[in-house]
Design a protein around this ligand. Structure first.
Ligand SMILES: [Zn+2]
Length: 193
């Protein structure tokens, strides 16, 4: 085997999903996995939908302010022109991407690369969020993270919107959203009806 072949990290293609409510540490976990890959001399690139520019246009940023360089995209198909020189491809805020995104991920994984996707598994009404269920089904590994319930400190897995907006996509911060456990989420939803 030649030296260059020795340096190639063998993978047969792989999709990993990191999901959970807001404030569950998804972006932090994504950054951690991407940094680990870099430390193992893998070539890493990260994308995010350009709808999510709350902190930074050219980085993904976790709530504890860890950063990783990222490319903002309008359509998931843009990734197809940019992934070839990389071993590991990260995508943050996957729930905001279009319906082609799952096929894009499958295509890239089928070419032997590793994809790591992070996103909200449920929307503010507790419904599976856009194409997240689909990528979870197609992936090799799913990690579900939890936040702490803002009402009772139990394990929280719901994102609750404090204002009355009915827009599905509304970028927000701690002032607009709560992380809640199942019981406290149901209580607050009932109160809002
Ligand atoms: Zn609770």
């Amino acid at each position: 085997m030649s030296t260059s072949e020795n340096n190639q990290i063998k993978t047969n293609g792989y999709i990993e999903v990191i999901c959970g409510s807001m404030f569950s540490g998804k972006t932090k976990e994504l950054i951690c996995r991407l940094e680990n890959a870099q430390q193992n001399n893998q070539r890493v690139v990260c994308f995010k939908p350009d709808i999510d520019t709350r902190y930074d246009k050219s980085n993904i940023v976790s709530h504890d302010n860890k950063k990783f360089k990222s490319i903002s995209i309008k359509k998931s198909e843009e990734i197809l022109n940019m992934f070839k020189n990389y071993d590991v491809i990260g995508i943050d805020e996957f729930q905001f991407l279009d319906k082609e995104a799952t096929e894009v991920c499958s295509h890239i994984a089928n070419s032997g690369k590793k994809i790591i996707v992070a996103g909200l598994d449920m929307d503010y009404l507790g419904r599976p969020f856009n194409f997240m269920p689909r990528i979870m089904a197609l992936s090799e590994k799913v990690t579900k993270l939890h936040a702490k319930c803002d009402d009772c400190s139990a394990q929280g897995n719901h994102t609750f919107r404090k204002n009355k907006s009915e827009k599905l996509v509304q970028i927000g911060e701690k002032t607009d959203y709560l992380a809640l456990c199942r019981r406290c989420f149901n209580k607050r939803i009932k109160k809002n009806e």
